[in-house]
Design a protein around this ligand. Structure first.
Ligand code: PMP
Length: 409
């Protein structure tokens, strides 16, 4: 089984990954040629600011920028273009919601619910806000037997925000019933009037998200994990909230009028995009979406989970290896596998694999509290995307035992 797409990615055909195995797409994906060309085209041919100038290239840049918004809106099935806000990434998207919504709307004693499996991007902003405003931060617990989350009974009338990852960057799938469970969580949060924020950094690239089907209030994701450039991301904000949601930043280009004692904001999305945004990156993200639109996401999920299953099968044969995450769910629709090798530091394993041209990620993956729960200071993580091949798994499984043998000497 193979998608055979490496040919579209210059880093694999002529760049420094030509003869290497890249298993770190959960950190950042590689970029197809058309995305790189889109960046060059902008700077080489029509570089200008957007929504300001009236000369030809400024009009062209503005219309390409808005085309990208349209592509993203269709990709996630947003109801309106006004719901797609360009940010610098998932981190900024969540900080946006924390500062522009939660900081203004929540009062002491109110509850925020997140999970024990969050990336720091969806933990630290809430933790800080809770301390500053005297809010209660509650955690959906991770069941350490099956690595899934159980949220029964946690939502109360005091709950004002529920903010969760759709897919963990350490464990992969964490919701037993997948997206249906997220949908049920959203419905429960809405029953008590709470708003729901989805950290979709790991899910949009591999499984997309249908925002209308889910009914989430806010959804944050990053362009660089879905074949786009760094420095650009998306915050989906449900239309119904635009009247109640103040801009996160104010400044250039987001007002209708400003006089010395007051200013009137434009409508969304413009009121939420102050200053000069990452224009080239937004346009190139649109190109990345064009590329992704040619991918059958059902086949992609099958392919990635097949690679995960093959890796798990191999890892299970190595007695020193302990795998984290729900293996059944990973075999079903995962795109990454995290593990430790007993008595050998994950960094040593990765360094040894690197000498054999294999790139995996090690560390706490910006999920330190989760690692405390797992009882591992650091884990090794292999993550897959549409350009990976079965041989990549074979190579990892060939050299991992060698690394273990080397450090056990
Ligand atoms: N949430 C999750 C689940 C992630 O995997 C990441 C990136 N590793 C982030 C948030 C943060 O994304 P970014 O650094 O692009 O803002």
């Amino acid at each position: 089984m193979v998608f055979n797409l490496k040919k579209d990615f210059p880093i694999f055909t002529s760049g420094e990954l030509k003869d290497k195995v890249y298993l770190d797409s959960a950190a950042t994906s590689q970029k197809p040629k058309i995305v790189i060309e889109s960046l060059i085209d902008f700077y080489q041919n029509y570089n200008s600011n957007v929504h300001r100038g009236i000369y030809d290239i400024a009009e062209k840049a503005s219309s390409k920028y808005e085309e990208a918004r349209d592509k993203v809106a269709k990709f996630i099935n947003a109801e309106s273009l006004s719901e797609v806000i360009f940010t610098s990434g998932t981190t900024e998207g969540i900080n946006f919601v924390v500062d522009a919504w939660a900081r203004r709307k929540l009062s002491p004693g109110d509850e925020i619910i997140i999970t024990q499996a969050e990336h720091h991007a969806n933990l630290l902003p809430w933790q800080r806000l809770a301390k500053e405003l005297n809010l209660t931060l509650k955690y959906i617990k991770l069941d350490l037997d099956d690595f899934t989350l159980k949220w029964d009974g946690l939502i109360t009338s005091k709950t004002k925000i529920v903010s969760v990852s759709v897919c963990s960057n350490v464990l992969g799938p964490i919701w037993k019933n997948g997206i249906n469970e997220i949908k049920a969580l959203i419905e429960d949060a809405h029953k008590v009037g709470a708003k729901i924020v989805l950290d979709a950094a790991q899910s949009v690239p591999n499984a997309v998200i249908d925002v209308q089907m889910l009914g989430a209030d806010f959804v944050a994701f990053s362009g660089h994990k879905m074949l786009g450039p760094t420095g650009v991301g998306v915050l989906y904000i449900k239309k119904d909230l635009h009247d109640q949601l103040e801009p996160y930043q104010v400044g250039g280009s987001m007002v209708y009028s400003a006089v010395f004692d007051k200013s009137i904001w434009k409508e969304s999305p413009y009121k939420y995009e102050a200053g000069t945004t990452p224009i080239a990156e937004v346009i190139a993200l649109g190109t990345a979406v064009d590329y992704l639109n040619k991918i059958d996401f059902k086949e992609l999920a099958k392919f990635e989970s097949y690679l995960c299953g093959k890796l798990i099968d191999g890892l299970e044969q190595i007695p020193e290896v302990e795998i984290f995450g729900n293996r059944d769910l990973i075999r079903d629709y995962g795109h990454l596998v995290s593990f430790v090798v007993k008595n050998i530091h994950a960094h040593d394993i990765a360094a040894h694999l690197n000498t054999n041209d294999i790139c995996i990620r090690v560390g706490h993956h910006c999920a330190q509290p989760l690692h405390v729960l797992l009882g591992a200071e650091a884990t090794a993580r292999a993550s897959f995307y549409l350009y990976n091949e079965e041989q990549d798994v074979d190579r990892l499984l060939k050299f991992l035992p060698e690394a273990i043998k080397y450090f056990k000497r």
